[in-house]
Design a protein around this ligand. Structure first.
Ligand code: LLP
Length: 415
């Protein structure tokens, strides 16, 4: 069985009992099921089979090299948002022509690096960025392929902190500025405008926003083509939601039903940048219960990981399912599950009904494969946890646990 499942009174990742991994490398630790990543990637890829397309996995969700490598082997492209991510993608073996580069604040150095590597194109997010890319490309005597990211002003109906497609956010070029963009691109001899990009938000649990954005993009592409720009790539970003807590999100094929006819009409190539859909439920975080603390009527489960490993509950009030790694799963008492960090936002769950547990018991925090480890920090000088990968009955260390030595490696004492 692929992914995470409960069998013989304990939680497994594929064929490996999670307790076995926790005992081997300790806690906290991330566990990724490579077959789960692959299955999710294939779902998206297959949904879009009727049109020429590239599924560019968004590595901002999980940039572990082993994960990237596994997806590359299936033919995946990669969506990067920084020079560092581009470096990691290349390190994992991504072919440059399958890499797209988004982000509102690319530095000249990052632009030059991407041009040197020969990426497929830049997702450009503002008019000054078109000019900056043009300048760098000119100096390097290269032509930079670009897709302009427009802000479609569509509400993705998700948490306001992960809404990107509304006009008040910093992302993409305001739709009313199309004429200005055309004017600037006409003057920029070292950029070649080939695509239009629109991403409306993350963790969407309905398809209508994507449908609306795709229609806006279609109109725009027709207008640009009339004006002489050879737009043949449509990038509709990512954002497909996952089940954290019974959301029942749409399947990729349901989005595809809205998008495919438009891509066919335009006779274009589609690029997608799904992240969370591929990685979210393909990873978990393992942690150990350090103390059961009774405080008046409240019960705290104090665990050995916290917002340094997984910041989503603190940042977005995100819900992550939590369960004992083995034994009875029946929830009987309300507890707060909190970490060891000196912050009151350092929690995984508040007032959550969980089974009775005791000091030393192991727990699994689900849906931690996306925006988990990548958003980690060493706040309170707590080393980053290891990342383990599982395939079948085998597991392996994909990133080692940081050491206290690592924490001081880049420092010099100024005396
Ligand atoms: N493409 C672009 C241009 C994006 O801005 C994003 C995400 C993606 C693709 C991938 O979106 P996905 O398929 O993963 O929804 N840290 C937040 C989510 C931030 C999303 C940022 N942009 C969280 O933990 O919920």
């Amino acid at each position: 069985m692929v992914g995470f499942h409960f069998k013989n009174n304990r939680w497994y990742s594929d064929g490996v009992a999670l307790s076995k991994i926790a005992e081997k490398v300790g806690t906290p630790c991330y566990v990724y099921s490579l077959p789960a990543f692959e299955a999710k990637y294939k779902e998206v890829d297959q949904a879009y089979r009727p049109v020429p397309h590239l599924v560019a996995y968004s590595i901002k969700t999980n940039d572990n090299l082993s994960v990237i490598r596994a997806l590359l082997k299936l033919g995946s492209g990669i969506d990067v948002v920084s020079g560092g991510e581009l470096f990691k993608a290349r390190k994992a073996g991504a072919p440059p022509d399958k890499i797209v580069f988004a982000g509102v604040g690319k530095s000249d150095d990052e632009i030059a690096y991407a041009l040197k590597e020969g990426i497929r194109y830049f997702n450009v997010e503002s008019i000054p960025e078109v000019e900056a890319i043009n300048g760098v490309a000119q100096k390097m005597r290269k032509t930079a392929p670009i897709a302009v990211r427009f802000n479609p002003d569509v509400d993705p109906k998700t948490h306001h902190f992960i809404t990107t497609g509304k006009k008040e956010t910093k992302f993409g070029v305001y739709l009313g500025d199309v004429d200005k963009v055309m004017k600037v691109v006409r003057h920029c001899r070292s950029v070649h405008w080939t695509g239009v990009h629109a991403h409306v938000g993350s963790q969407m649990i309905q398809t209508a926003s994507v449908g609306r954005a795709a229609k806006i993009v279609e109109k725009l592409v027709l207008q640009l083509r009339r004006e002489g720009f050879p737009i043949h790539t449509i990038n509709l970003g990512g954002g497909y939601g996952i089940d954290y807590h019974g959301e029942n999100p749409p399947k990729p094929s349901q989005y595809a039903r809205l998008v495919v006819p438009i891509i066919k009409r335009l006779n274009a190539t589609l690029i997608l940048e799904p992240g969370r859909y591929i990685s979210g439920n393909s990873g978990v975080l393992l942690t150990r219960l350090l103390y059961v603390k009774q405080s008046g009527t409240k019960t705290f489960y104090i665990v050995d990981s916290g917002m340094g490993e997984l910041i989503r509950p603190a940042l977005y009030e995100a819900y992550h399912q939590i369960a004992p790694l083995e034994g009875p799963q029946k929830a009987v008492q309300k507890v707060d599950v909190v970490g060891p960090i000196c912050e009151s936002t350092d929690f995984f769950a508040k007032g959550r009904k969980l089974p009775l547990m005791k000091r030393g018991d192991l727990m699994v925090i689900f849906s931690a494969g996306a925006y988990g480890s990548v958003m980690g920090s060493t706040y309170n000088s707590r080393p980053l946890p290891p990342e383990m990968v599982v395939r079948g009955n085998k597991f392996s260390v994909a990133r080692s646990r940081q050491t206290w030595q690592d924490l001081v490696r880049l420092e010099k004492i100024f005396d």
